[in-house]
Design a protein around this ligand. Structure first.
Ligand SMILES: NC(=O)c1ccc[n+]([C@@H]2O[C@H](COP(=O)([O-])OP(=O)(O)OC[C@H]3O[C@@H](n4cnc5c(N)ncnc54)[C@H](OP(=O)(O)O)[C@@H]3O)[C@@H](O)[C@H]2O)c1
Length: 259
């Protein structure tokens, strides 16, 4: 960074970041951004090979430390053990991006099974809780840290056939508030990032279709889905925010939640 002020405010040099679901999509763009700014990055998800590959690519490209480890965020014992391993390897954890999540099948509530609601709540909400708890225990010892929980605009507004997703993300927003309250006196800031619709491999075809274009026109004031690169500056801000910024959520959604 050229400017001393920018460096003072936004440097991630030597910080240790843990990113769940960090080998692709939103998690990957945040992992890339932090690594580029000099952070050491740990990437965890269920697919061991993809985590290891992403970590070796980041280490090669940006020169910092990067590790990839297998972890299912539903498994509390595994989470405690992997988080401990990462803290030992890096010498602490400064930033948690609690990003792992699934969309779940689109179904009306009356057609949803017990298993379907359990699955999405277990990964999106319980997984987020398990990871935040494991990392918070380390951050309390350090008396510093930033936890960024990934919710969605659908934690605030409703969408038909998405009850599990909406409820799980609403729960993440409330979890953030309680965590922020409990951890404020430990100099740990906890905030939620709420993305709107971003283009990805999964939805690119939909957004290019007649139905997709109509949806965008009706629902997104900027008239397009987001690009993943548009999340970078907000992710940096939340990882470097002042102690006074805690317990809140930031929407980055092209104006979707204005309505
Ligand atoms: N894309 C959007 O437009 C959008 C909008 C709003 C919010 N979000 C939220 O942003 C986050 C990332 O979304 P994305 O679109 O980037 O998703 P994505 O491309 O599907 O990536 C999800 C990541 O989470 C990991 N994951 C899923 N279940 C896991 C589990 N049980 N344990 C550990 N890792 C797990 C996946 O790896 P494995 O399968 O190998 O475990 C993958 O790396 C999600 O929480 C999503 O709800 C996305």
């Amino acid at each position: 960074m050229k400017s001393k002020l920018l460096e003072k405010l936004f440097s991630l040099q030597g910080k240790n970041a843990l990113i769940t679901g960090g080998y692709r999509g939103i998690g990957r763009i945040i992992a890339e951004t932090y690594a580029e700014l000099g952070a050491n990055v740990a990437i965890v998800a269920r697919n061991r090979e993809k985590c290891e590959l992403a970590a070796s690519e980041l280490a090669q490209k940006y020169g910092g430390k990067a590790i990839g480890l297998p972890l299912n965020v539903r498994d509390a014992k595994m989470a405690d053990s992997i988080v401990g391993q990462i803290a030992d390897t890096f010498g602490g954890i400064d930033i948690l991006i609690n990003n792992a999540g699934i969309a779940g099948a689109e179904k009306e509530i009356v057609r949803m099974s017990d298993e379907e609601i359990d699955e999405i709540m277990n990964i999106n909400f319980r997984g987020c809780f398990i990871m935040a708890r494991a990392v918070a225990r380390i951050m309390i010892k350090q008396q510093s840290g930033k936890i960024i929980n990934m919710a969605s605009i659908l934690g605030k507004i409703a969408a038909r056939n998405m009850a599990g997703y909406c409820a799980s993300k609403g729960a993440v927003i409330q979890l953030t508030r309680v965590l922020a309250l409990e951890l404020a006196h430990n100099n740990i800031q906890v905030n939620t990032l709420c993305p709107g619709y971003f283009s990805s491999d999964i939805n690119r075809e939909f957004f290019a279709s007649e139905k997709g274009r109509e949806f965008i026109k009706r629902m997104i004031p900027v008239n397009r889905p987001g690009e993943l690169s548009e999340l970078k500056s907000t992710a940096i801000y939340l990882a470097t925010c002042p102690a006074f910024l805690t317990g809140t959520e930031i929407y980055i959604d092209g104006g979707h939640t204005i309505f």
